[in-house]
Write a protein that binds this ligand. Structure first.
Ligand code: 5AD
Ligand code: SF4
Length: 429
């Protein structure tokens, strides 16, 4: 979502001021940092990065520096207290006002802060998104009402708001017409979507998905991120029913222990997760699954962690993101003692990563011998090779002519690596 937000910011600045992206910060007239505050590390990076920009600004005082995203939202004026050379601080809900904020700075207002959460739809103020390569992104909802006890998102991104289906369909169609072949619907909890349908009634996520999947020219459709609490049989079934919906699902579970899940306020237990996976595999046996995990949540015992390893073994994931718990200011969990020792967190993280790495390797190796539809995206870094994606989002390298870029062709998989596959184009007789 941050990559998407950044691209919208650059589109906006291009439209308003004719600015274009440069490769090096020292060549820029405006530097905007889009930030994440989900974990502490990300936040620390903001200040170290800002230190570099200060040196540029010392030489070129006209340079405008902005800090946006969730750190901007959370820190607000504190950023400019610590780094007075920052001109603009803005949150994820107010970046559509960037041209106006830059204008204010240029007119001589020293500092601008925009961290309110306006009611208005920011999307109405953004230019039509561009297609970069084969892929397009469409935000369908933003914010989060779940309030998991470890998570800062509900405080920085605000409450869940869903865009009207008509706007989403229009934006998807425009992306397709401009050459997008792989479209992802984005939101903090996409399956919590509840928006105005084109029939004036309230639509849920599955209903929206069927409508988007039926758009003319829709080739590949994905969505991220889903919450286990809102997984339904209808949604599992839609993977089998909507031809464009690709067999890949990111479904963060965070922990395999019912005690920990409860303390995290996740709203589901391990049994619910197993049931969802069972249903998904009933309709789509080969679906690729990925997840997020947190180790070392306050109170997580050896037994709790063993339950996480057990869940991973039972489910079998294709890929996953694993994090050590870090307390975020203002969240309920931050009030509890961060009582799992750092070295214990490290040991658990390594154990989990190594199990997931093994699983991922096995799942990669199982692709050998299969013939898969590969959307050819670009030339590979290896001379003479092309690079594409399988329906379940694995990267494939193979020999081929660059004029094939943009086509979806059958490739037989011959080798597997940790992060990618190698194959051969099936040439039609
Ligand atoms: N500490 C560690 N990981 C976190 N995440 C969210 N908040 C925290 C935190 N305080 C992880 C969750 C989430 C992912 C985006 O980041 O696993 O799914
Ligand atoms: Fe954070 Fe939980 Fe909301 Fe996900 S569902 S954004 S983890 S509060």
């Amino acid at each position: 979502m941050n990559v998407y937000d950044s691209s919208r910011m650059s589109d906006l600045m291009q439209e308003a001021y004719g600015l274009r992206i440069v490769d090096e910060p020292q060549d820029a007239d405006v530097i905007l940092m889009n930030t994440c505050s989900i974990r502490e590390k990300a936040e620390d990076k903001v200040y170290s990065e800002l230190g570099r920009y200060k040196q540029i600004k010392d030489k070129r005082p006209d340079l405008i520096i902005g800090v946006g995203g969730c750190v901007g939202q959370q820190e607000g004026d504190r950023i400019q207290k610590r780094a007075p050379y920052v001109d603009i601080v803005f949150g994820p809900q107010s970046y559509h006002r960037l041209p106006e904020m830059v204008n204010e700075v240029r007119r001589g207002r020293v500092r601008v802060t925009a961290t309110d959460m306006p009611e208005i739809e920011k999307f109405d103020h953004l230019p039509q998104p561009k297609v970069t390569g084969m892929t397009g992104y469409v935000t369908i909802m933003e914010g989060c009402d779940k309030f998991c006890t470890f998570c800062i998102v509900p405080y920085t991104r605000g409450a869940e708001i869903s865009r009207p289906a008509a706007d989403i369909l229009k934006e998807c169609q425009a992306l397709i017409d401009n050459g997008a072949k792989d479209i992802s619907l984005l939101g903090q909890n996409v399956n919590g979507y509840l928006g105005e349908g084109i029939d004036g009634k309230e639509w849920g996520f599955t209903q929206l998905l069927y409508a988007v999947g039926a758009l003319e020219g829709m080739q590949r459709l994905r969505f991220s991120t889903s919450h286990p609490m809102e997984m339904t049989t209808e949604l599992a079934e839609s993977f089998a029913e909507i031809p464009a919906l690709m067999p890949y699902l990111h479904l963060p579970v965070q922990s395999g222990s019912n005690n920990t899940l409860k303390a995290m306020h996740r709203g589901h237990q391990r049994e619910d997760y197993f049931k969802s996976i069972e249903e998904l595999r009933l309709f789509t046996p080969d679906i690729a699954l990925s997840s997020d995990f947190i180790v070392g949540f306050p109170g997580e015992s050896d037994e709790d962690f063993a339950q996480t390893l057990d869940l991973v073994k039972r489910v079998g994931f294709d890929s996953a993101f694993c994090f050590k718990y870090s307390p975020r200011p203002g969240t309920p969990a931050a009030k509890a003692e961060d009582n799992v020792a750092e070295d214990v967190k490290d040991v658990r993280l390594q154990a989990l990563l190594s199990l997931l790495r093994e699983q991922s390797k096995t799942r990669m190796a199982q692709q050998i011998g299969k013939t898969l539809d590969v959307l050819i995206e670009k030339k590979s870094k290896n001379e003479g090779d092309l690079q594409g994606r399988t329906p379940d989002f694995r990267i494939v390298h193979f020999k081929g002519n660059p004029r094939l870029i943009g086509q979806t062709l059958a490739v037989t998989i011959t080798e597997s690596y940790a992060m990618s596959l190698r194959g051969e184009l099936v040439i039609a007789a």
